[in-house]
Design a protein around this ligand. Structure first.
Ligand SMILES: Nc1ncnc2c1ncn2[C@@H]1O[C@H](COP(=O)(O)OP(=O)(O)OP(=O)(O)O)[C@@H](O)[C@H]1O
Ligand SMILES: [Mg+2]
Length: 370
């Protein structure tokens, strides 16, 4: 049989390269700076460089990636160097997954050891399974074993990411218990020393859970004890959120080969709308009815991206307030009739009175809110 050759796609063809590939140059720069400086065993970077990679460092020209406080991030990094896992919880779209990816990329130079939690998550998908042809031919050997993320993380001393852990049935969460406390995985099918896989230094787990999913599967108290919890808050500084939405939207548009950027006045309208609806309060203190839709920063970015795309292809590359309103319906509000009504109310109560041509156009475009 001729050898299978797979042509790997170039970076620009990959929809979403993992952080360690996307930021390979920055990670290399930090590794060079670190040299042989002390760090937790098997970490690719020192804890200080992990922080610089994620929050940015102007002197080193490292771009900031996650918006959050330094103290929160320091606690996350320290937790990963201890014998407990790190649990990131918060509202949807607050960058829990993104932060866990950045941490794994910085610490292990590999963010791909990821288990996706769902009702159907099995032990095989977490620990290991078998290549049955090899299993029958040679028995339970290393070659016949197909490692899943936990196995690989323990063997290679890397960070394993466990997404949406509370969506997993409790039995599956329990699988993690012994691994997190004893740091050993039993492989009963194997013989002799193969029966136990001991975790290498550097192995740890970052789990994420959305507060909206609570109650689907409550986490057991035993598992809770094996994690340090950190709550990731939404960005509450309007200026920081504006900057983030602008850069991320423009980056997505550039990746899609769309030669335009979201006009800053529109970004301001977009982020202000999200901010006010999320906090149920306008900048001048008026109370608003809370929406059931999560008005997260991640959603704001997707509204901006869709509006840019819409304007480029259907309006001679001009993005207008109308595109924002249309994307707001499709990308953010989705199917909630109640929320559309509340949004109409927001337009009549708040947007109508705002000064400036763009706000006026935005209000006019509100007629699409049906
Ligand atoms: N504090 C933040 N710093 C950087 N990006 C942020 C921040 N908050 C939100 N974002 C945006 O959110 C996107 C990532 O969202 P992500 O999927 O990681 O959220 P999540 O909290 O895991 O959501 P979910 O609960 O739905 O899984 C980022 O790409 C970025 O555009
Ligand atoms: Mg997530």
């Amino acid at each position: 049989m001729p050898p299978k050759t797979k042509k790997s796609p170039t970076l620009s063809q990959i929809q979403r390269p993992p952080a360690e590939i996307l930021h390979a140059a920055e990670l290399q720069q930090l590794r060079d700076r670190d040299g042989i400086a002390p760090r937790p065993q098997n970490w690719q970077l020192t804890p200080r460089s992990v922080l610089d990679f994620i929050l940015g460092n102007a002197d080193l020209k490292i771009a900031p990636k996650f918006v959050g406080t330094r103290s929160l991030l320091e606690r996350c990094i320290v937790a990963l160097a201890t014998n407990r896992g790190l649990m990131l919880i918060g509202e949807p779209g607050t960058a829990k997954s993104y932060l866990s990816e950045l941490l794994a990329a910085a610490i292990s130079n590999d963010s791909t050891l990821t288990i996706q939690g769902s009702a159907g998550t099995t032990e095989d998908a977490m620990k290991y399974s078998w290549n049955y042809a090899l299993l029958l031919a040679e028995g339970a050997t290393d070659r016949a074993l197909v490692p899943a993320p936990l196995h690989r993380g323990m063997q290679q001393g890397k960070i394993v990411r466990f997404e949406e852990i509370t969506r997993c049935p409790l039995e599956m969460q329990d699988t993690l218990l012994s691994i997190l406390s004893d740091r050993v995985m039993a492989i009963p099918e194997m013989e002799d020393e193969g029966r136990n896989l001991y975790a290498q230094m550097g192995f740890n787990v970052i789990a994420t859970a959305s507060t909206r999913d609570r109650g689907v599967n409550e986490m057991s108290a035993a598992l809770k004890r094996r994690f340090n919890f950190e709550t990731i808050p939404p960005i509450n500084n309007l200026r920081q959120e504006l900057e983030l939405v602008q850069t991320q939207t423009d980056k997505l548009l550039a990746q899609a080969n769309i030669p335009l950027t979201l006009p800053p006045e529109l970004t301001e309208i977009l982020v202000t709308t999200f901010h006010e609806l999320r906090t149920s309060k306008t900048s001048d203190g008026k109370a608003l009815e809370p929406l059931s839709t999560v008005m997260s920063t991640a959603e704001a970015v997707s509204v901006g991206y869709a509006a840019g795309m819409h304007g480029f292809y259907y309006n001679d590359a001009q993005v207008t307030a109308e595109h924002l309103v249309q994307s707001l319906l499709g990308s953010a509000i989705k199917d909630s009739v109640e929320d559309v009504k509340k949004l109409q109310h927001y337009f009549n109560l708040v947007v109508k009175g705002r000064k400036g041509e763009r706000w006026h156009q935005y209000y006019e475009a509100g007629k699409h809110l049906v």
